[in-house]
Design a protein around this ligand. Structure first.
Ligand code: GRG
Length: 295
């Protein structure tokens, strides 16, 4: 398997789904423009791809999972739009273009985010591929928990509250594991659950460990890219964490140790997949890709 081909093919399936989904004439034009401006602006699609890869690792057929995986990207895109608002991180650049509120105004950006979040759960509950409803309900439950006030929103709140404060390892871990790792882990677990693998607890437990580890590594690499990356490549302003005195791994542990921690996490993540056969090779490859990524 060539990972680049795998990532491209799954990204294409997701992007095709989005184009089809937003053909609906029912959405007011400006709102649709605002939603699709951010959603179709590129992005690595790593959360939906992880959901697809874990579904496939558990024996599922790719096409069936695409709508559910795409709904997770709706949630991620909402979080980026709101994260960039003046009341949050106040950023001007995202995915290499002006942020949503810079183009459509704060009100429309808030609504685009709200709309995407709500639509995600509408789409999941539609159960487009006719998966066993009890599995869909369990996946919705996990995705909601991971995105909400005990998950991503809690991490974002802590990220705001602890800006400019002296960093400590517990708070730093709380922020990263909630703000970022929580939705990444839920994407992976959702793939396993929707495949029916939840009836085999050891498979789902392995996916959970894998998700926790790569989720944390992903945010550590994000912190490192904010220091070492190039604005044109990362698609958002370099150095913004330092400017806002965010609690980050490089600030607390230094760049060298942060890279080691990320590397260790990826090794542990891949080890957690040892009970899976070669169908989990994309998950193994993605773990390495995340650590080597430049954007
Ligand atoms: C509830 C008002 C309100 C706001 C919520 C929860 C939230 C705002 C924001 C989530 C926090 C957040 C944006 C975390 C950062 C996670 C992260 C590393 C984002 C970048 O993800 P990539 O690299 O981006 O996957 P692409 O563009 O590739 O999709």
């Amino acid at each position: 398997m060539i990972l680049e081909d795998y990532l491209n093919s799954r990204r294409q399936l997701i992007d095709r789904f989005f184009e089809e989904y937003f053909r609906s004439p029912l959405i007011p034009v400006i709102l649709k423009d605002s939603v699709t401006y951010s959603l179709l602006a590129g992005g690595k699609r790593i959360r939906p791809i992880l959901c697809i890869a874990s579904y496939e690792a558990c024996g599922g057929e790719t096409e069936r999972i695409i709508p559910y995986a795409s709904a997770i990207e709706f949630i991620h895109t909402y979080s980026l739009i709101h994260d960039d608002l003046p009341a949050m991180d106040d950023d001007d650049l995202r995915r290499g273009r002006p942020t949503n509120h810079k183009v459509f105004g704060d009100g429309m950006a808030i609504l685009a985010g709200d709309g995407l979040l709500t639509e995600a759960f509408y789409l999941l509950s539609l159960n487009p591929s006719g998966i066993d409803p009890s599995l869909v309900l369990q996946a919705i439950n996990e995705i909601a928990l991971a995105s909400g006030i005990k998950g991503m929103v809690a991490g974002q709140a802590a990220d705001l509250i602890y800006e400019s404060q002296e960093s400590d390892p517990e708070t730093l871990y709380f922020i990263h594991s909630h703000k970022t790792a929580s939705l990444i882990k839920a994407s992976i677990r959702a793939g396993g659950i929707l495949s029916g693998a939840c009836y085999d607890r050891s498979l789902l437990d392995s996916l959970s460990i894998y998700g926790e580890k790569i989720g944390l590594a992903f945010q550590i690499i994000d912190d490192i890219l904010d220091v070492e990356g190039e604005t044109e490549i990362i698609g958002k302003p370099k150095g913004s964490d330092e400017k806002k005195k965010k609690m980050t791994y490089p600030r607390h542990y230094g760049l060298g140790r942060s890279k080691e921690i990320a590397e260790e996490l990826v090794t542990e993540a891949v080890k957690a997949l040892s009970i899976f056969d070669e169908k989990a090779d994309p998950l193994r490859g993605i773990a390495r890709f995340l650590i080597e990524r430049r954007n």
